[in-house]
Design a protein. Structure first.
Length: 164
């Protein structure tokens, strides 16, 4: 029970031990502890600054990436527009060429048809002329088969000549 009721001697030696320990700690341990705490505080502050700089750099990179993405999209849209324009131009050119080729073919076909039509008409006229000559020849042979008919035909022809 002596601990519950301390005596003066015990209090004195406890105080001397405590003050000695406090002095030794203040002389040797506290500066080291304070130095460690200061280093720790500085490293934490530096880590926070590094984290803040990293965050700012990330924000800058994100903004740069967004800008690059926008540029890439704009380039893609431009390329698609150019491709559409080229396609339209090629289609228009092909349509024009095909139309001109069709017109040339139609003109050539019309010319061929006209040429063949004229050739057929000429051939038909020649055939009609030949047939007319053959018919006239047959009629004349029949008419001129006897002498009396020849004389009467000659007299009629002479009358026509005299009248003119």
């Amino acid at each position: 029970m002596e601990l519950i009721k301390p005596e003066i001697g015990l209090l004195f030696w406890m105080s001397v031990s405590f003050l000695t320990l406090l002095f030794l700690l203040g002389k040797f341990a506290w500066p080291m502890i304070l130095k460690s705490l200061k280093e720790r505080e500085d490293s934490i502050a530096e880590a926070l600054n590094s984290a803040r700089r990293a965050k700012e750099e990330m924000a800058a990179l994100v903004a740069g990436n967004e800008r690059l993405i926008q540029q890439a999209r704009a380039e893609r849209d431009q390329m698609l527009k150019e491709a559409r324009d080229a396609k339209d131009a090629i289609l228009a050119e092909a349509k024009t060429k095909s139309q001109s080729e069709a017109n040339k073919i139609m003109a050539a076909a019309r010319e061929t048809i006209t040429t063949e039509k004229l050739a057929a008409i000429t051939e038909l006229k020649n055939q009609v002329a030949i047939m007319s000559i053959e018919i006239a020849e047959k009629i004349l042979r029949q008419e001129l088969s006897n002498d009396e008919k020849q004389k009467s035909l000659m007299q009629n022809l002479m009358k026509d000549i005299n009248l003119n």
